[in-house]
Design a protein around this ligand. Sequence first.
Ligand code: C2E
Ligand code: MG
Ligand code: MG
Ligand code: MG
Length: 282
Amino acid sequence: AAKEQGRNCYRYFTTSMQEKALYRRQLANELRLALNSNQLQLHYQPIVELATGNMAKAEALIRWQHPVLGMISPVEFVPVAEETGIIIELGDWVFHQAARQAAQWRKLNHPDFQISINKSPQQFRDKGNDISQWLDHLRSLGLPGQAIAVEITEGLLLDASTTVTDKLLEFRDAGIEVSLDDFGTGYSSLSYIKKFHVDNIKIDQSFVRNLKPDSEDLAVCEAIIVMAHKLGLKVVAEGIETNEQRALLAAAGCDYGQGNLFSMPLPVEKFKTLLSSQEMVI
Ligand code: C2E
Ligand code: MG
Ligand code: MG
Ligand code: MG
């Protein structure tokens, strides 16, 4: 069956565990080099206000252009970075790139523009003083905390150590918004999430993909949106690909949307062109 699913799957099913471990170790070593040799890039995907069509924010998504293997997906190398601890350095790199872009775009007629970055649970386990360093850096660029938002996943909240709770509170105090990514794929309830001072939830694309009038997925999305709003949270829907999905979510009161309907994640220059033309209104 693996073979029938195509070439990409084939490799996974035939490679032994040992070979896989070796591949991951090699990937880890090369990732360390990549960090210092311009092989990594951030692409930016607009997050659009559904009621107005305005591009209010963007999510930064990491890309690795490997000199031999070509483009490697973050789905493949972020877990390697997490296992090996490289995620700390990688996360700092992402933050610095995103902050620099936010500063540039805020100067270009988008004074409230916000860039969202993904933060792995491993980055919270580190007891280091990264948040105060981040804040110093934002201040040095003349940016308020609102210029950056962080996306975390439910797994982090289930961990619920004091380090995690403290760090989330520090974000809040600094005005850095926290979004809960891939909402609905984990186990936590919305009221539980409220305790952690999360500002936004991002409905996972698996609920958006088959959205149809009168579908169960629509009922789930509507319930999430109503509950989130009652708790004072904003809602972003991920993976919007069709006008129908967009219309159903807008009618359900969803605040923001993200997905290929609006734009794929784009390299800096292309994103900048999109931002200055504000072609987002459809
Ligand atoms: P995520 O944070 O949930 O990001 C959304 C993913 O959905 C992205 O995949 C994006 O390209 C994709 N996407 C957006 N719109 C659509 C759509 O309309 N249809 C479909 N089918 N997909 C859409 P990507 O860029 O491959 O990233 C995958 C995951 O890798 C991210 O999921 C995030 O968990 C992780 N990741 C990406 N960049 C970073 C990073 O800088 N740091 C960390 N720690 N993780 C990252
Ligand atoms: Mg995300
Ligand atoms: Mg997501
Ligand atoms: Mg994800």
